[in-house]
Design a protein around this ligand. Structure first.
Ligand SMILES: Nc1ncnc2c1ncn2[C@@H]1O[C@H](COP(=O)(O)OP(=O)(O)OP(=O)(O)O)[C@@H](O)[C@H]1O
Length: 244
């Protein structure tokens, strides 16, 4: 069976800093996988390596049974960055952000066609942002911004979505809305990988989890990965309470 993520022996250094040390991860399709680890444990770096934004010093990556580059060119992979990594003063509307997901689909004129507008419309409806389509993205709440970026991935028709800290800075209601949305994407056969340092969101949403601390500490069913011994090793705590 095709795996959504097939990463082997991935090592990433930023100068003197070893961010990822020989990380190997395989994730099946139609799963929600939680990537867990403390601040600085390498979660964002792993996402960037998997999505081609950072070039590993070493390692092999295949996505959805394809060469990583090929999967990206086919528009099968979407990345929703951490909120801090986005310039929210950039003057674009919510609909503009979602239309960015269609760039790979636009014809040689680069002008959106009816099908592109329909895809944007459908994606906005799916995430419940139709009424805010014309608003500048910077005026949205944290949870709404996340949903706008997920809509971009939906409009792109991505089959593998990486969400960096999707629940950071969002209230419980938005968290529930985003979780429901991710479940419905999974039900369509898409694979979602979320990074988080907030363990409370993991048991309910995720089918599996990866515990990262430069290396993979544990990977498997959530309850096994969240076993006290693993948490103590990674977070230095004995319980599943929020670690940071
Ligand atoms: N562009 C960069 N240049 C130099 N060092 C970096 C860079 N990006 C990350 N690092 C370092 O690499 C390590 C891993 O960082 P990374 O952002 O991947 O961790 P993270 O688990 O996503 O953390 P957080 O939860 O705080 O976002 C950290 O020590 C960080 O300081």
């Amino acid at each position: 069976m095709t795996q959504a993520v097939n990463a082997h022996h991935v090592t990433v250094r930023y100068g003197e800093t070893l961010a990822l040390d020989d990380v190997s991860v395989e994730i099946g399709t139609a799963r929600v996988c939680g990537l867990l680890g403390m601040n600085g444990s390498g979660k964002s770096t792993l996402f960037k390596a998997l999505t081609g934004l950072v070039r590993p010093d070493h390692g092999e990556i295949r996505l959805l049974g394809r060469d990583q580059q090929q999967a990206r060119q086919e528009g099968l992979v979407a990345y929703v960055p951490q909120s801090e990594a986005v310039d929210w003063t950039f003057p674009v509307t919510v609909a503009d952000v979602v239309m960015m997901g269609r760039y790979g689909h636009l014809g040689f004129t680069r002008r959106p066609r009816r099908a592109d507008r329909a895809a944007v419309h459908a994606a906005l409806e799916r995430v419940g942002l139709t009424d805010l389509a014309g608003r500048p993205i910077g005026e949205l709440s944290g949870g709404q911004r996340k949903r706008a970026f997920v809509a971009r991935g939906i409009a792109q028709e991505a089959q593998l979505l990486f969400l960096d800290e999707p629940f950071a800075g969002v209230d419980r209601r938005s968290e529930a809305t985003i979780s429901d949305l991710l479940r419905s994407l999974r039900a369509e056969g898409r694979t979602i990988v979320i990074s988080t340092h907030d363990l409370s969101s993991v048991p309910e949403l995720c089918d599996e989890a990866v515990l990262l601390q430069q290396r993979v500490i544990a990977h498997g069913p959530v309850e096994e990965v969240l076993a006290p011994a693993n948490l103590a090793r990674t977070f230095g705590v004995e319980t599943a309470a929020e670690p940071s």
